[in-house]
Design a protein around this ligand. Structure first.
Ligand SMILES: [Fe+2]
Length: 191
């Protein structure tokens, strides 16, 4: 690295200058600041978010429209598209994560784990809170494992888009998926 990049890394190929710069090995708090700047920037919205809306209105399920992983594995930037009526499974992550709603409204349900994790494929969950997130609401954050069990989706009537940043993965699996109707949990591996 050289010049003014000595203590920073260029962000994730968004290549629009200092606004989109993360420090090396960013912390969760660095990620929150970065995401809030990103979704409040008209240039980012015009170039990366608004072009996704047309396809979002036609899609049947949520999808990741853009993903860039830092070469050193320190973070992953992802743009999620949420057509109306779509949602994830209840899940956790093997990294910290933060996201900001960039367009529309995203609905999040957060869960707490009541059991001690000692029984294989067993997890007892209790819903902790539900929140709508709009672009002006800042970032939602999760910590790895039991500290960030949630479901994200869009039960509204028009498409939503959110921008996510994940930290380095801890362990081999991507996270876990939960089914509280039968107290079930399983590892989730990336395709
Ligand atoms: Fe998640």
């Amino acid at each position: 690295m050289m010049g003014n990049q000595t203590n920073r890394q260029r962000t994730l190929s968004l290549d629009t200058g200092d606004l989109y710069v993360l420090p090396p090995e960013p912390s969760l708090q660095d990620g929150v600041v970065f995401l809030i700047r990103l979704v409040s920037d008209p240039e980012f919205m015009d170039s990366r978010v608004l072009p996704l809306l047309e396809q979002a209105e036609r899609a049947r399920d949520w999808y990741v429209a853009y993903r860039h992983d830092a070469r050193d594995g320190s973070c992953s930037l992802q743009i999620f598209v949420w057509p109306a009526g779509t949602e994830t499974k209840i899940h956790d992550h093997s990294s910290w994560g933060a996201y900001c709603c960039a367009w529309g409204s995203v609905f999040e349900e957060r869960y707490e784990r009541l059991d001690d994790g000692s029984r294989p494929e067993h997890a007892r969950l209790e819903q902790a809170w539900q929140l709508w997130w709009r672009p002006e609401d800042g970032a939602s954050t999760v910590l790895p494992g039991d500290e960030g069990i949630h479901r994200v989706g869009n039960p509204g009537e028009s498409a939503a888009i959110s921008v996510h940043l994940y930290g380095p993965r801890i362990g081999e699996v991507d996270g876990r998926d939960y089914d509280p109707s039968c107290d079930y949990v399983c590892d989730r591996r990336e395709d």
